[in-house]
Design a protein around this ligand. Structure first.
Ligand code: HEM
Length: 437
């Protein structure tokens, strides 16, 4: 294992600045601290890391350290080369022991055939074509949620709008009672926001979460979701329907039926991945539009212009990059643009940095709702590319289409409150005043 390299030139001719490993400081640790993100994304630091050219080594206080991939080309390459960049040792920063990994494994932590088998169980239900058939349903739900919000006038946009729509839609798609949306969203908050004391009593880097180590996100809330999943499983096994969950539980599903634990983890993954991510994209999307009055006015002047709202959605996804990173583990030694990645090293794919890479996006710091092409990596790439990408796109586009149809004016009445997380780029509260047309 190397520990230090002096400045040199890579094969591509880039200058490689000294990057340190194993105890040496590289000065990039701030990207790991949850606290960093309560005041915003460290854009300058990410820009400096991209400018290094090669992946940078980042030390961790409670981990072995990792290679940070911040350039678009590197993140795309790692996502598309699973034989070198494996998911099997986990996809989060934290190191998991073998028993933790086994207890918490979902399709995200498999490579190859097992991943494909699990993904096939739900793939058709989330395909572009299947999701397109929900457009009227999403629109009806968006109208309902927005009409209520407009009646309130002054409100927390996260609480009343962005938090409501994705979970209720997910309930409809999965065939779970919509009355349970409130509980599901609270559990989901406690899980994915496990570094923010507002949502979790078991804040991962502040209290001892050892007793929850076999649960997803080391969170006691996972027990509630597992119990709920078991209840739904029993019901569907007794009375199968034609929904996604019954398909997942079918006797011949992909060769063998899912065990109870596999189903619990799968259900939890869908609830968490399908809910918080889209919520924060809608909230950050609104913030971006308020920060960029020209973009706001362009959409305001063109309600119902689908192509424009589609490209605005892609730009919101790029700009926001809610899932800031996922991790891979090296399966062999390789050189990536000069950086000596070693078998067993962690490589962390920073989508949020890749999405501002000037080599992939002309004027990346410009919020351009007509940007085309827009090869953002907000949904990742390769075999693990987001299962819910078409659903998320539909929900974001339709929410903004319906919002602009109804809105005469909007004003921020307080500063946005940001989530404490190095993983999710989230907005907890967004106080606004809405004036209907
Ligand atoms: C704007 C919203 C969303 C963003 C930014 C997002 C982001 C991502 C990213 C970056 C990945 C790739 C993970 C990797 O390569 O390791 C991913 C995978 C995944 N997403 Fe999403 N996601 C969003 C919405 C959704 C929705 C609505 C669902 C619906 C259930 C969903 C379910 C999943 C699942 C199940 C995976 C794992 C796929 C696999 O391993 O094959 N996501 N998402």
């Amino acid at each position: 294992m190397f520990s230090y390299r002096s400045a040199s030139r890579s094969a591509s001719g880039r200058t490689i600045l000294p990057v340190t490993a194993n105890g040496q400081t590289g000065g990039f640790e701030a990207i790991v601290s949850h606290d960093t993100y309560t005041t915003g994304v460290p854009w300058d630091l990410f820009a400096r890391m991209r400018e290094h050219g090669s992946p940078c080594w980042v030390n961790e206080t409670d981990g072995a350290g990792f290679w940070a991939l911040t350039r678009h080309a590197h993140v795309f390459h790692a996502s598309s080369t699973p034989r070198d960049f494996s998911c099997a040792r986990g996809i989060r920063l934290e190191e998991l022991d073998e028993d933790e990994l086994e207890a918490r494994r979902t399709m995200m932590e498999y490579d190859g055939a097992e991943h494909a088998r699990l993904r096939r169980l739900v793939g058709a239900g989330f395909s572009r074509k299947s999701i397109a058939s929900y457009e009227a349903s999403v629109r009806g739900l968006a109208a309902q949620v927005l009409d209520r919000a407009l009646e309130l006038g002054e409100l927390d946009f996260v609480e009343e709008v962005s938090r409501e729509l994705p979970i209720r839609m997910l309930c409809r798609i999965l065939g779970v009672p919509e009355e349970d949306a409130g509980e599901l969203v609270e559990w989901g908050d406690a899980l994915i926001s496990n570094a923010d004391p507002e949502f979790s009593m078991a804040v991962v880097d502040q209290v001892d979460t050892e007793e929850f180590r076999l649960l997803p996100f080391r969170s006691p809330a996972a027990r509630a979701v597992f119990d709920y999943a078991s209840h739904i499983r029993k019901e569907r096994l007794r009375r199968p329907t034609d929904d996604i969950i019954s398909g997942m539980l079918a006797e011949d599903a992909g060769g063998r039926p899912l065990t109870e634990l596999e189903f619990q983890n799968f259900f939890l993954l869908l609830i968490v991945a399908g809910n918080e991510t889209t919520r924060h994209t809608i909230s950050h999307g609104l913030l971006a539009l308020l920060d960029h009055p020209e973009a706001y006015e362009t959409l305001d002047a063109a309600p119902g212009e689908r192509g424009l709202f589609e490209s605005a959605t892609e730009e919101i996804l790029r700009w926001t990059s809610v899932t800031m990173h996922f991790r891979r583990t090296l399966t062999r030694d390789l050189d990536l643009d000069g950086a000596p990645l070693r078998r067993g090293d962690k490589a962390v794919l920073w989508y949020i940095a890749a999405n501002r890479d000037p080599e992939a996006f002309p004027e990346p710091e410009r919020f351009d709702i007509r940007r085309s092409p827009n090869p953002h990596l907000a949904f990742g790439a390769g075999r693990h590319v987001c299962l819910g990408a078409w659903l998320a796109r539909l929900e974001v586009r339709v929410t903004f289409e319906e919002l602009f149809r109804r809105l005469r004016a909007i004003e921020l009445t307080g500063p946005p409150d940001r989530l404490r997380s190095n993983f999710i780029h989230g907005v907890k509260h967004l106080p606004v005043r809405l004036v209907p047309r």
